[in-house]
Design a protein around this ligand. Sequence first.
Ligand code: GLY
Length: 342
Amino acid sequence: MYTRRKFINTSVLTGASLFIAANSVAEVISVKSDHSSESKPVVISTWDFGIAANMAAWEVLNNNGRALDAVEKGVRVPEADPKNQSVGFGGLPDRDGKVTLDACIMDEFGNCGSVAGLEQILHPVSVARKVMEKTPHVMLVGDGALQFALEQGFKKVKLLTSESEKAWKAWLKKAEYKPIINSENKSFRPDKLPGNQYNHDTIGMLALDSFGNLSGACTTSGMAYKMHGRVGDSPIIGAGLYIDNEIGGATATGVGEEVIRNVGSFLVVELMRNGYSPADACKEAVMRIIKKKPENAKHIQVSFIALNKKGEYGSYAIQKGFSFAVCNAENQELLLKGNSYY
Ligand code: GLY
């Protein structure tokens, strides 16, 4: 049930004012994670930084824009935010000190594009969209992805901020690779961790536009202090993101290796095809991960969010503490606490 709800009339708030309103709510304002009433347009995304991203996406959706444009615009917000150390600019680097970005995007026609291990580019999601629209391929990686981005007019930028460089240098003292559960939440204090082991994660966003079409996007700097060359689930279609315009969409956050092993987002969509609600489909996908490696699952976080064709949404996570943001005509800044196994 809702414990608190904020409503902002979109007819009187636009652009910058919506954005400020979004940033003003950082707490969890609901504990309900399965929303069963039909609603469109709607956009949902992972973690509390999803609120600001949703608001940018909402500007597109509320003007009868396409879900694809909404998700690209939405996830560009955390990509450009230097304070967000798990996505884009300011992301924590790999163990060699390099910020390498993974992103993908998928539309209502089943078109998709993806980049992995992309360096020096501010908006990997927009490069992923170019891969989808301008090439015969789905995925470009590393130097090839960078070369393509430059050919498409993207400019090189330095992604490693002084804060992230400082955190990496502190981590180097022990150099222990250990993902931290729920590091994405604002209440999380990386500076309080031994060795400043701040680790990770992803924004995944799903949108249903006023025409009833679905799209999704997913973008991350990946697991902090990963091996150079490591690719997580976020740019892998079917793992970090999947959209089927007949059924719904799903996206993932957390330890990417477990999401890939279970082809998580595709699984969630297929479960919805078989009649599961979005929340139940997310739960079943999480349970597969737990069942396969129960000991491992105690120490990691994986969460899914899902949105179906009717605008119903839900989530499930291994660990408590996961949150996701929802934006529709009723609720402009709703942040839901996802149900979890532990
Ligand atoms: N889920 C993001 C990653 O594992 O890199």
